[in-house]
Design a protein around this ligand. Sequence first.
Ligand code: SF4
Length: 642
Amino acid sequence: MANEPKTTGYRGRWAFVDLADRTVRVEPADLSYAREYVGGRGLQARLMADHLEKTGPLRDPLSPGNRIVIGTAALNDTAVATAGRGSCSFVGTMARSPEPAAWVPGHKPLFGLVTHSSAGGLFPNMLKRADFDQIVIDGRADRPVRLEIVDGDCRIVDAEDDLFETAAGRRVPRAASLITDALTARLKGSSTLTVGPAGWNLVDFACLTADRHRNFGRGGAGAVFGSKNLVAITALGTEAVAYADPEAFKRLSKELDGLIKASVEDPARTASFRPTTGTTWWLDRAFNGRYLGVAGGYLPWHNFDEGAFDPADYEKVSTDAFLAISGKHNVCNKCRHVFCTRGARVPDGPYAGEGVRPEFETIALWINCCILDRDAIFHMNALCNELGVDTMTFGSVMAGAMELQEKGLLGRYPGAAGFGDAPGMIRTLKEIAHASSDLGRLFGHHSDRVIAELAAAAPSSTADISGALTTAFGGLGYAGINPKAFPGMFTAYGTSNRGRGDHTYAWTVQAEEGGLKEAHDLAAYVAEGQAGKALVDSLGLCDFFTGDITAEPFLSLYRALSGVGYTPESLKACGRRIYALERRLNNAQGRDRAYDAFVPPKLTVPMTRGARKGRAVDEAFYSSALDAYYEAWGWTRDGRVV
Ligand code: SF4
């Protein structure tokens, strides 16, 4: 491909892989897409639209008609701090509710949401060095295959026998670290993205794992790989990024670096805690308000019933408890200053081992299952990475399963873990990933299928069964900030393009602590945050980038890299364009106000203890916030893009 024109920042090359007929077509990138949709997530939304507008709505995300796109952005593999995040887009398997669901008022079928997931590590940068911006994968292979992408060449190869093992009577890919080791031995210096046993067994919240512990976590990317008979992608490349103006980029990136460093080191800024405690500092902040003197009381407990519990119990799983097992920094490629990730080591006991420290969201959602064993949380996090299970959705599903167990509503599915039962939760994790028991097979599905199955055997208990699962009606699972605590955060959760419960597309906690409280203001703040986050994901940055992407020196730096000169307004317009496009695709998949407006009944019950005692989701307030939210976006009152 030596004669193809090179663009700057981008490689200018996309690979279209059709697994059904085993072909790979390499095409020059459409640079108008790169301008209008920026890169990573935005560009992938456009590529998903090209597909879905041709095929029509996708009824089954596990059918060969699903498309999954893996790729990068202009900033990936440059010297910009935290610019190591790659993108993955597909129609998700967890956020769906295709069959009639009598437990949801006004239910309409939802066939799966267009989902974006981001992951750091080395893989995104290596893909770019291998000379591709996007790998667009369609169809289903007739036997297990993998992709090998080396210095401008992308090929489909049969997945070798040594990548598989037999577990619970099924032939499944081996644990993520073993697949990575095997493929790295074949291709020295490469980076691997792999499905785990969970994805192979089509668990609806299966993830993809890169570089052993970096995940495209939310939405079910692992299940989509499994449905395509695709085991792994290995990338190896040597070509460095080209710059439109290398000298200017060097000067401006140094300037930006200084600003990020100063921001991180400023003790008044929240980010200053991350280099040591990483995201786990939110544990203390959510439980007791430590650090900034703001009230806590919103760390979820007992399936979101409460935001506080016994402080003596909390000490076992606090920020300090995880700091005590933390090791060296273990960061994404080219990350500097922020350093959110650290290794961890549990020296002895049943969960002894070495790995990475779990993140706040994972720990919080397992505390929500009343798990107070730090070492078990460390171990379970490592297992999720190996088995290919999204830690967050698993936590929400398990909290629901534990409530069903507590209330005696699991019928013919005995043996489920109860609240606080760490060994039982670990056992269930393995059973879900390996589909090795009736219980595991049941809870590996999206929640409306779980409810339908349990309710069929006990129709008079339908309300109690559906009420226990906050992931009902296509929920992705709420994140680690108790949804009862902040009405703005609940609006962000309810309207995220990738599904109910996602916290990454908009974040309101500090704004609400600072006094933002009117429905109209909160809705506008959420809408603006969502458009901004679409840009962050499209630029290949991580959530913890501390600079302003719509101001100088960032805009000049981006021009020096890519040659694309955005104004603050034109870049913001790109963010709105990307978000609205995703929403429009999701409208076609069945999403409208009925989905956004659904409030799991148990979230309307007030919390009974802690600093936010009495807080619950106020449905009338949320309804008015939704009105204002659609108005902020210019959509219909029914939540449709016009
Ligand atoms: S701050 Fe964390 S997630 Fe972001 S680039 Fe650095 S290590 Fe990766």
